[in-house]
Ligand binder design. Structure first.
Ligand SMILES: [Zn+2]
Length: 177
């Protein structure tokens, strides 16, 4: 069980690095702006958003006239937000864009269900997003991760294997706890 989660985490990180190589500066900035719902400080928020804009799973792809086949992976963290998620989903649907939502224990079940039903990918971002809890020990992290995994499975009927760690994957945040 834990081994599978670790393998998923490693896979997500590899995809993240691969996606960075393909992300264009313009669209990365746009995506970062759209994912600026992070509850972190401005500095870490922008760093996390930049990472978010190029991470794993579902994507919107574009083929320009010049044959450039770059792919942008649009992801959103910390949701679902009861105040903004519905509008965000409306915008994505109107533009026929798919995204990945790394969800927490917050927000309504209906929003996660809608994200899933409308073809977006659901990833795991911990249940509490509380640094002092999730980074207090290895067991605490995986206990929290199991809670959000169970929530997603209960709502969507599918087990998500995509994980994004709160505060970014550089360990500069987790090392403080
Ligand atoms: Zn977050």
């Amino acid at each position: 069980m834990r081994k599978n989660i670790l393998l998923g985490l490693i896979g997500a990180l590899i995809l993240c690095f691969a996606a960075v190589a393909f992300a264009t500066t313009t669209n990365t900035n746009k995506s970062a702006k759209e994912t600026s719902t992070s509850k972190n400080s401005t500095k870490s928020s922008s760093k996390q958003a930049a990472t978010s804009s190029s991470s794993s799973s579902s994507s919107s792809s574009s083929s320009s006239d010049d044959g450039n086949d770059n792919v942008i992976y649009l992801t959103f963290d910390d949701g679902p937000s009861d105040t903004t998620a519905a509008q965000l989903l409306d915008i994505l649907k109107a533009n026929d864009v798919k995204a990945t939502f790394f969800v927490t224990g917050y927000g309504s079940d209906d929003l996660i269900k809608r994200e899933h039903d409308e073809g977006h990918q659901i990833g795991l971002h911990t249940m509490t997003h509380n640094y002092s809890l999730v980074y207090s020990s290895v067991d605490a992290y995986f206990d929290d991760l199991k809670q959000i995994s169970d929530r997603v499975k209960r709502i969507t009927g599918q087990k998500s294997m995509m994980v994004r760690v709160p505060g970014g994957s550089s360990n500069t945040v987790s090392a403080n706890y």
